[in-house]
Write a protein that binds this ligand. Structure first.
Ligand SMILES: *Cc1c(COP(=O)(O)O)cnc(C)c1O
Length: 434
């Protein structure tokens, strides 16, 4: 218990500590996905008991304003009544069939209706699988093998894409990934984000099957494309005879109804979707023009499958989530993000801090200069960031516990929670930067 206006008491983390000790014996690092361990910010993980709207409640009963939102899926917040009702109704009818269902057709139609470049869709259970499968399809369609990706971009943890991946890998500073055969990454070329020259060189030097990009980079922190960069990627890939894949696992259905491709008016050949599309349950997809997608089995010869692909519960959660995401919902999400970003920019004035934002997404970089690529993101003051995150948690605000991630704004946040977060941020920044 202390004084400051935004400071709320976090009386005890006893049960979290106890669960962590048990977890360390049976789960590597005590977790099932690295960033949850909070090692990057030098503390032990918090074990969550439940979520309510924009709040997390931990196993010791402490409440936090949640800015992670399960890393993107929960654009409507935790335990949204319509999503819960849809999942419960679906569960009553059976949890998995391994056979075709009506809801899969409906969800695919919803994707085609929203995403400008999508005419057909194949669903998977994770973004990792969807990205991996999209690349398989691109290689089959072009008869080429090399994939160009951007340093600090994350496209899941499949072997070929774990070359200088961002997100937790970058955070943990693992130089390469043990266990990934060099033969797999040998067909992946990594270039800096926002660097036209490097892209042109890669396309000239290799027979490139696909250029894969997060159209708004969000796994090195949020780093929007420079003006004209996505248009450049589109024309360069056409000139080079390669396909353009937008990994919209984060940006899809978040930065706008039709994702970043609609926001920027640049249509890729293939789109990878995840996170929001599953509404908090495991679902992802890849989509594109009919001619390309008809290459996927059983319509075509490119093999792709999944026991739980198009799972009824995940499909119901995704459909309920997309239904709630209408025009006014996006206007609201943008207004909330703007308010949050503006408040942070006020706090950042005169300090070594940069605020980068896109609709529903935001990152606070501890840097003197605006961030344009992964090298600049990696050069930020990570210790100051870690201290800031710890100070925020002490004040009942749960930020993404890594500089290389986005803060996820949801429709369950409101002006009051943003203002409370800004109050906590003001105190936390004073504590860390003086
Ligand atoms: C999260 C993410 C993935 C991987 O999705 P999983 O469901 O975690 O496998 C792929 N691409 C991007 C851009 C992501 O943010």
């Amino acid at each position: 218990m202390t004084t400051g206006a935004g400071r709320r008491s976090i009386p005890s983390l006893e049960r979290s500590a106890e669960l962590y000790r048990r977890a360390l014996k049976v789960l590597p690092g005590g977790v099932n996905s690295p960033v949850r361990a909070m090692r990057q910010i030098g503390r032990e993980p918090i074990f969550v008991a439940r979520g309510e709207g924009c709040e997390l409640i931990d196993v010791d009963g402490n409440r936090y304003v949640d800015w992670v939102g399960s890393w993107g899926p929960l654009i409507l917040g935790h335990a949204h009544p319509e999503v819960l009702a849809a999942v419960a109704a679906a569960a009553q009818r059976g949890t998995s069939f391994g056979a075709a269902t009506e809801a899969e057709v409906e969800l695919a139609e919803a994707v085609v209706d929203r995403v400008p470049s999508a005419e057909m869709v194949r669903m998977t259970s994770s973004g990792t699988e969807a990205a991996m499968s999209a690349i398989r399809l691109a290689r089959a369609a072009t008869g080429r093998e090399v994939v160009v990706k951007f340093a600090g971009a994350y496209h899941g943890h499949s072997d070929g894409l774990l070359a200088e991946a961002g997100s937790a890998l970058a955070t943990l500073a693992i130089p390469a990934s043990p266990g990934v055969p060099t033969s797999h990454t040998a067909s992946t070329v990594v270039v800096p984000w926002n660097d036209r020259e490097a892209v042109s060189r890669a396309l000239a030097d290799h027979d490139v099957a696909a250029l894969v990009a997060e159209p708004i980079a969000a796994n090195m922190g949020v780093v929007p494309p420079r003006a004209g960069f996505l248009e450049f990627l589109r024309s360069a890939s056409i000139d080079g005879g390669s396909l353009l894949i937008f990994d919209e696992v984060i940006t899809g259905f978040r930065v706008g109804r039709g994702g970043a491709q609609q926001l920027y008016g640049v249509e890729p050949d293939l789109t990878v979707l995840g996170k929001v599309i599953g509404g908090g349950l495991p679902a992802a997809a890849f989509a594109g023009g009919s001619e390309l997608l008809e290459r996927v089995a059983p319509a075509g010869d490119v093999y792709q499958a999944g026991t739980l692909s198009g799972n009824p519960l995940a499909t119901a959660a995704g459909l309920a989530t997309l239904r709630a995401l209408d025009g006014p919902a996006y206007e609201r999400l943008i207004a909330l993000t703007d308010r949050f970003a503006a408040g942070l920019k006020t706090l950042a004035a005169g300090r070594p801090l940069q605020v980068a934002a896109a609709p529903g997404l935001l990152t606070l970089f501890f840097s003197e200069r605006p961030i344009l690529d992964f090298a600049m993101a990696a050069a930020c003051d990570l210790d100051a960031h870690a201290g800031f995150c710890r100070a925020m948690l002490d004040r009942g605000v749960y930020p993404p516990p890594s500089q290389f991630e986005a803060w996820f704004v949801s429709l369950a946040h409101d002006e009051a929670t943003i203002d409370r977060t800004l109050e906590a941020a003001a105190e936390s920044l004073d504590e860390v930067l003086g």
